[in-house]
Design a protein around this ligand. Structure first.
Ligand code: PMP
Length: 352
């Protein structure tokens, strides 16, 4: 071993879902939105003045922050934007989780949390979800250096009621509580109004799911101005220009088109309801989904074998070879046509 190898930071990286390069496939594996971005986004992209790329973008991302402030009825100093919510969450970990005490997040949750904690050397504990995959709020009553959980949770799709969310925030007022609301537009109640009541609350959302812009990479955090300034100070100590010009312009257009947003989210929720019924008829069970995916299992059917069989047919869903969830598949809600093809295969596979 070379001497310098001892000083390499060793991390086990997060493994994102597969992005196969196939023309014809049904991609229900990374919780993307099956509909395109809002028409205004496409129009703005076509008319973008590329000469402007000569200049650095606005480091304060004012255009986008202003649009979000208007949409959510907040002041600009209550909003932080970043390169997808992954970037926002990574900045939040770096900014807020600096105690010697462990941070807390569920045993079954977004698998990036433990990766950031390891990267930044933050100790952590993972209270177990109950048998029905519910967060037990009492588990968050112990001493800790911070709390983070998604609502709805991933990959379970299960939402925690707002009263329980508030309880967790209220009982942890000495630390920062981050509620990761990547999927909140599809179900569950947002904790956003609570930022006026609790100065220790940070709510994080994304353009990747309900705004159909995973490829653009935009995420945002909302909280009191002290938290937002602290995050910006860390950001400016890391990379001042996180938001490129296209993401500022196109992200702003996405926020402006409320009607398209409501329409596409509505369609996905309707398709989810139909998918639930059909899964039930085929003998699957699942926690009540509130996100744009269903976490389903079927007694007597091996999840990994089914996952592989679907893949053979170019139908991609997500499988996690992890304790407690290795017999589940996470199925993103696609268009009605995509779901039809998925179910046709299932019926054939299960001989139903
Ligand atoms: N939080 C949760 C719970 C997620 O599932 C995801 C999607 N992988 C993210 C955050 C990050 O999404 P993005 O960086 O695309 O905003």
């Amino acid at each position: 071993m070379k001497a310098w190898e001892a000083n390499i930071r060793k991390v086990v990286p997060y493994v994102p879902g597969e992005q196969p390069k196939k023309d014809r496939m049904i991609k229900l594996n990374t919780n993307e939105n099956p509909y395109g971005p809002a028409p205004g986004v496409k129009a703005a992209a076509e008319h973008m003045d590329l000469e402007r790329l000569r200049l650095y973008p606005d480091p304060t991302a004012d255009l986008l922050v202003s649009a979000l402030a208007e949409r959510y009825g907040l002041n600009k100093d209550q909003i932080f934007v970043g390169v997808g919510s992954d970037d926002v969450l990574a900045m939040a970990f770096l900014t807020f989780f600096n105690s010697d005490k462990p941070i807390l997040f569920p045993d079954i949750t977004y698998s990036f949390y433990s990766v950031w904690a390891d990267l930044y050397r933050i100790p952590y504990k993972r209270p177990a979800l109950d048998e029905q995959f519910r967060i037990r709020k009492e588990d968050y009553d112990q001493e800790n250096g911070g709390v983070i959980f998604p609502n709805p949770n991933a990959p379970t799709s299960l939402a925690l009621g707002i009263r329980d969310v508030e309880d967790i925030i209220a009982r942890n007022q000495d630390v920062i509580v981050i509620v990761d609301e990547a999927y909140i537009d599809f179900g569950g109640e947002s904790a956003l109004p609570l930022i006026e009541k609790y100065d220790n609350l940070l709510v994080v959302q994304t353009f990747s799911k309900s705004r159909s812009m995973a490829g653009m990479r935009i995420g945002y955090a909302m909280g009191n101005p002290v938290l937002i300034k602290a995050m910006n100070d860390v950001k400016y100590s890391f990379n001042s220009y996180t938001m490129n010009l296209p993401s500022l312009i196109l992200g702003t257009e996405a926020v402006k088109d409320e009607a398209y947003f409501q329409e596409t989210v509505g369609k996905i929720k309707e398709t989810r309801e139909r998918a639930k019924e059909r899964l039930t008829r085929l003998g699957f069970t699942y926690p009540e989904p509130s996100a744009n995916f269903i976490f389903a299992t079927r007694p007597g059917t091996d999840a990994k074998t089914l996952f592989e069989a679907l893949k053979e047919e170019s139908i991609y869903v997500r499988y996690f070879d992890a304790p407690r969830i290795s017999q589940y598949l996470r199925i993103t809600i696609g268009t009605d046509e995509q779901m039809e093809a998925f179910f046709r295969f299932l019926e054939h596979y299960l001989n139903c």
